[in-house]
Ligand binder design. Structure first.
Ligand SMILES: NC(=O)c1ccc[n+]([C@@H]2O[C@H](COP(=O)([O-])OP(=O)(O)OC[C@H]3O[C@@H](n4cnc5c(N)ncnc54)[C@H](O)[C@@H]3O)[C@@H](O)[C@H]2O)c1
Ligand SMILES: [Fe+2]
Length: 397
């Protein structure tokens, strides 16, 4: 079987990566639409970028309105601004939300129509040149051919997946991530870990995607708790930025599976941030996955040093699942109840969530392939697992 592997054309990483990338960035065009959110303005990050653009005679228009996970109306407005301001390339600065919004704006600019109609659509025309500067270490959107936009008319998080959504230039300047607060650090870091583990255990995994997934899992286990508790550790932040990129490469090529499939509907309906809803699902979904992926999970136990000589592969797989559950506990991952989700509301929506999860295609990449009925049961089990976690957290508090 043959495999295709894709990755951005240029990637800058390490100290002062943004400064180092500027000549390359100047080759992308003359006037950039900077897609970002208000916190980037407040933290002075957009100004740092603008100073570099001005120094390199690059014109710009600032669009700092991706203040939540992107919706179709934010894309409509971004396209209007891009065209009205005569921009000829795109820069995204921020977490996965501005990065995904940038890709969607680029897609609609060259392909027309409305982003709401892009679900499952092949993107025919090339996008304008794009540069992604992630400021969270999580989604890996800077490395992926994916964009996720919520259609607020239908409450569906649409998964757009097309090679044309890959950026030309990714700038991993982890100085930008130093200000990420602990809870967002934890949620985005677990998002990256979920990408790597799902890519590694996906039925579409292949040797090159495995290399990136293993590298990401190792770095995340070594550095995520450190950046959660000591956010100013620049070396650990740098490792996390690279890990998120590697995890993005892994899943962009090998796909995500059950957890992302079940997580998007929770995010769309209950407005729980993406990384957090993945993290909440890990225990239930990893336990379900294990019988279908014992060998791969035991290999990951070796990667993180949890595998001991003499263990069977089942024991190795158990050791990895245990380690991942312990990490989510150490990071104080929340439960749906912490977001005010009500049991009745959750259970009433299980058929819609299960249908939307299956329609996204992601669950079918899982080594233990679930049916829609299995996913309905898993959502119910997830709720009861969360009740137990919530009760134990309340006891500790
Ligand atoms: N395209 C992909 O491949 C891909 C993969 C996974 C997830 N996603 C999508 O990405 C989105 C989530 O992205 P995210 O988790 O990075 O969150 P985000 O971009 O929504 O940011 C989360 C919060 O962190 C803040 N923030 C960002 N950078 C900061 C910094 N440096 N300092 C302080 N605060 C900062 C933001 O203002 C925001 O309040 C979701 O829509 C998800 O579906 C995309
Ligand atoms: Fe994700």
């Amino acid at each position: 079987m043959a495999y295709i592997f894709s990755i951005p054309q240029f990637v800058y990483s390490g100290e002062n990566a943004l400064k180092a990338s500027m000549d390359q960035l100047a080759d992308l065009g003359n006037k950039a639409l900077i897609v970002t959110d208000k916190s980037m303005v407040d933290f002075g990050n957009s100004q740092k970028l603008i100073d570099e653009l001005v120094a390199h005679n690059i014109a710009y228009c600032l669009y700092p309105e991706i203040n939540s996970e992107p919706t179709h109306t934010m894309i409509d407005k971004g396209v209007e601004l891009y065209e009205g301001e005569g921009c000829d390339f795109l820069i995204a600065l921020g977490g996965g939300s501005p990065l995904d919004a940038m890709k969607a704006i680029g897609a609609v600019h060259t392909n027309g129509g409305n982003i709401r109609d892009y679900i499952g659509k092949k993107i025919e025309n090339h996008l304008p040149h794009m540069c992604a500067i992630p400021t969270t270490a999580g989604t890996g959107s800077e490395a992926t051919k994916i964009s996720i936009i919520t259609n607020t008319d239908t409450d569906v998080k649409m998964l757009l997946n097309d090679p044309k959504l890959m950026v030309d230039l990714a700038v991993l300047d982890s100085d930008f991530t130093i200000t990420v607060p602990p809870e967002v650090t934890a949620a985005t870091g677990i998002d990256a870990l979920t990408h790597a583990v799902e890519a590694y255990t996906s039925i579409k995994a292949f040797p090159m995607s495995d290399l990136y997934a293993e590298a990401a899992v190792k770095k995340i286990f070594e550095n995520l708790y450190e950046v959660y508790t000591n956010g100013t550790n620049a070396t650990a932040r740098r490792e996390m930025s690279i890990a998120a990129f590697e995890a993005g490469v892994a899943f962009s090529n090998a796909s995500v599976t059950l957890i992302h499939g079940m997580s998007r509907p929770i995010g769309a309906l209950f407005h729980i941030p993406h990384g957090m809803s993945n993290a909440m699902l890990l225990k239930t979904c990893m336990t379900y996955l294990k019988p279908g992926a014992v060998f791969k999970l035991s290999e990951l136990a070796k990667v993180i040093g949890a595998y001991r000589v003499g263990m069977t592969i089942e024991e190795g797989a158990d050791a990895f699942v245990t380690a991942i559950i312990a990490l989510t506990r150490a990071l104080r991952i929340k439960t749906p109840m912490d977001y005010g989700v009500k049991k009745d509301d959750f259970f009433r929506n299980i058929p819609k969530m299960s249908g939307d999860a299956m329609a996204s295609g992601s669950p079918l990449n899982t080594r233990r392939t679930p049916s829609k009925e299995d996913i309905e049961e898993l959502y119910a089990k997830f709720w009861y697992d969360s009740e137990i976690i919530k009760a134990s957290q309340d006891t500790v508090d």
